[in-house]
Design a protein around this ligand. Structure first.
Ligand code: TEU
Ligand code: CA
Length: 549
């Protein structure tokens, strides 16, 4: 069962969205000294990897995913000296820092772009994608950007359009240019030399595009560029890499993370997320959870990467709604549903990523007016969807379920005003439920969501079958129950979760039956899962390790 083992494989990762994590100086924005002050929370959870969303210097049009200096820290978040202290303090707790590498685009205030837009003959002009206007002076074509509006932004100084896939403040970098690629490689080595242990690569599937043939996602040059990056930067350094790809499928996954590809260690894929989106209005008209379809995506990925590659496991990040609101029951069963979802996800094969606040069962923001939101995507799409005739109340209803700001309200540390996040005026509203849902209230409570996460994270370190065991899906057609077994060395770990607020009846098949020790449970403990009929309480989840049968 044991295959190639890497230092990070039994670790659980934690994502920090720095703007919303901990504010040390009362300006309402989270910062690096704030993170350092809360590292013991991560250590106490058992976290071994810390993915830090961008902390680079940035005009913050997209909260740091628009970088104006790749080798400096945003002054509102701290200094390079603070960053070095963070690396050292995390290292003392055996937590490796994963930097967010955002190189599909830069900020339009990056010196490269300022030069590029000043002069067509500057060597930096070719760091971006430019095209001349159409004969009528309009954009070269009518493609649309991800954050609304045309994909082309006119730049009067040079009389040309620049390609901007996200917002006009985020012009795409031209990866065809070897000088640009060298600059990125240099920059990556510079951070590795500072002690970071890896990278999360923002929309990495977009860097190999051919814009003239409209081959954008997983474009023809993608894997060549990733292999070059590996040769130039990663080879010989024992780091961990995860590439964000909204377009990767089971058929292409191993091109990124196959053992002998020399590219990445794993990808963030989103097929389980988009399975819940509307065909035409996307996430703005979300559909309720279809558990059978949802489980199938997870099982398919587990099976596709069974013998090669590696999965990332997540329900939350800074772009997604809170999982307990989206897939759980944020009312009566909030705690138990948060635990049940975590159990189902954490006991699969791969690296679990916990997003700040998930470990205490934080919920969606509850915003009801456009003025509550801060996110550039939401504000731009609001305008665009209303122009297209979607009634505002419908847009706001969808946003209430899936908007990115649902994940970005401040971390809830305690019940005091400011939630222990800030003593000042927070940049985005704090969820009023911080009086009930907060770290301080859960820290010493063995029945808390926090304690449940602590246990799951510890189990992964203790039991090799969680890291390497084969994944076997069970009860695939059951509309309420998520079940699977993990197998290796004649041992079986059976995981059985009721993903609903009603009791669930199921018929345990022989492949799920097990006798041994209950490792974790959200309701009463069980030491065996016997073949035949079983009745599960609402959101009851249980994992039993032992002998098959
Ligand atoms: O996200 C990639 C991306 O495509 C998202 O815009 C996604 O489509 C959207 O959030 C779904 O609603 C990455 C970052 O994670 C995101 O925060 C950035 O805004 C984006 O890239 C641009 O850098
Ligand atoms: Ca601050």
């Amino acid at each position: 069962m044991t295959r190639q083992t890497r230092w990070w494989m039994d670790r659980t990762a934690y994502q920090i969205y720095p703007r919303s994590f901990a504010d040390s100086n009362g300006d309402g924005l989270g910062d690096i000294p704030g993170i350092i002050g809360r590292l013991d929370h991560l250590a106490d959870l058992g976290i071994g990897l810390l993915w830090l969303s961008p902390v680079y210097r940035s005009p913050m049009a997209d909260n740091g995913y628009d970088i104006s200096d790749y080798r400096d820290i945003a002054p509102e978040y701290g200094t390079l000296a603070d960053f070095d202290r963070l690396v050292a303090e995390a290292g003392r707790r055996d937590i490796g820092i994963i930097m967010d590498l955002v190189v599909n685009h830069s900020s339009d205030r990056h010196p490269w772009f300022l030069e590029a837009r000043r002069d067509r003959d500057s060597p930096f002009h070719d760091f971006y994608y430019w095209r001349d206007p159409a004969p009528d002076g309009g954009p070269p074509d009518n493609r649309r950007a991800y954050f609304g509006g045309p994909v082309w932004t006119f730049v009067p100084e040079v009389g040309r359009y620049v390609f901007t896939l996200f917002s006009p403040q985020q012009p795409d970098l031209n990866w065809q240019n070897p000088a640009l690629r060298r600059a990125v490689h240099d920059m990556m080595r510079w951070w590795l030399d500072r002690g970071v242990r890896g990278f999360r690569m923002d929309v990495i599937d977009l860097i190999g595009k051919d814009i003239d043939r409209d081959l954008i996602a997983e474009g023809p040059y993608l894997h060549g560029f990733l292999q070059e990056m590996h040769r130039e930067v990663l080879a010989g350094r024992d780091v961990v890499t995860v590439g964000e790809s909204w377009n990767v499928s089971r058929d292409t996954a191993l091109l990124y993370c196959g053992r002998d590809r020399g590219e990445l260690d794993m990808v963030f894929q989103f097929q389980h997320i988009v399975a819940g989106w509307d065909e035409t209005h996307g996430k703005w008209r979300p559909r309720p959870l279809d558990l059978v379809a949802f489980k199938k995506v997870w099982a398919d990925w587990q099976e596709a990467l069974q013998d090669d590659g590696w999965n990332s496991l997540f329900l939350n990040n800074h772009d997604l709604p809170r999982s307990v609101s989206r897939y759980g029951d944020a009312g009566q069963w909030r705690e138990r549903s948060a635990k049940a979802l975590a159990t189902a996800v954490h006991l699969m094969r791969g690296t679990p990523f916990v997003f700040q606040g998930e470990e205490i069962g934080m919920t969606n923001a509850g915003f009801t007016a456009i003025t509550h939101y801060r996110d550039i995507e939401l504000i731009n799409m609001h305008r665009e969807m209303l122009e297209q005739g979607l009634p505002e109340h419908q847009f706001l209803e969808g946003a209430g379920i899936t908007a990115r700001d649902n994940a970005r309200t401040p971390m809830q540390w305690d019940a005091f005003p400011g939630a222990g996040f800030t003593t000042g005026d927070p940049w985005i509203a704090i969820n009023p439920n911080h009086d009930r849902i907060n770290v301080a209230a859960q820290r010493d409570d063995p029945g808390s969501v926090l304690a449940h996460y602590r246990r799951l994270i510890a189990l992964r370190k203790r039991h090799e079958v969680i890291v390497h065991g084969r994944f076997v899906p069970c009860l695939e057609d059951h509309p309420q129950v998520w079940a699977y077994a993990r197998e290796g060395n004649n041992r079986r770990l059976s995981v059985l979760c009721n993903i609903s607020s009603d009791p669930a009846r199921a018929e345990v098949p022989p492949g799920l039956a097990v006798r041994g020790t209950g490792l974790i449970a959200t309701a009463g403990p069980r030491d065996a899962i016997a073949p035949g009929p079983i009745l599960l309480e609402p959101w009851e989840a249980v994992a039993v390790l032992g002998a098959p049968g």
